[in-house]
Design a protein around this ligand. Sequence first.
Ligand code: ZN
Length: 254
Amino acid sequence: MQALPAAALRCGLAAFLVAAAHAAEVSLDVGHTLAARGATSARGTSEFDFNRNLAQQLGDELRARGLAVREINFDGLVDTLAARPQQAAGSDVFLSLHHDSVHEDLLQEWDWDGTMRTYSDLHTGFSLFVSRNNPHLADSLRCASAIGASMRRAGFDAALHHATPLAGPARQPADASNAVFYYDRLVVLYRTTLPAVLFEAGVIKHREEELALLDTARQRRMVDAIATGIAACLSVDSAAAIPATARNEEAQPR
Ligand SMILES: [Zn+2]
């Protein structure tokens, strides 16, 4: 290997110090929109409302830890799926926040407050998704695993149902113990220039888990756990964590 000239080394060090002086920036994306609100909980609340509440609390927590936050679709008015990662360009990581449903074959009906609603008490737990088509798969997976591990340490249960065909299309596990799965064709995960993770906080079709997800003390613990995972992920030198075989395709850490 040819030795680098001293000037090149100094230049590299200066670039690193400049990068270190800027707070890492997390793009937080509120899943779904005001017009298309995603799943509906067992008691009739829209997924968008759950997602936005979680995103607002997580944004506050990340800022309190000294990270910069770029808010995406907090107003629920984003036009297209592709616009979400476009708005995140230039930040360090993209995290899309969602709440989970189950396959419609599993839904049952019940009367809640005088209205017929659908629910399923079969599956619970958080989960995370990354795409093998993302240009930074290794970094995406590392961040997803860090968030999942932090969630488990905080006492949250990892979802088990995504790898089984009972609850819809089976997803191939990427890091099953931390509830990380591959979801290759999600636009927000692959049509992007930066590491991207989709987080499902829990199953709002499950009657008990819906109530747990609305518990404010538990929300605080969840936000703390997610933020701890993100901070751990962003504090690692990404080049050192990427397998040598994948390193050629990786751009510099952003
Ligand atoms: Zn969703």
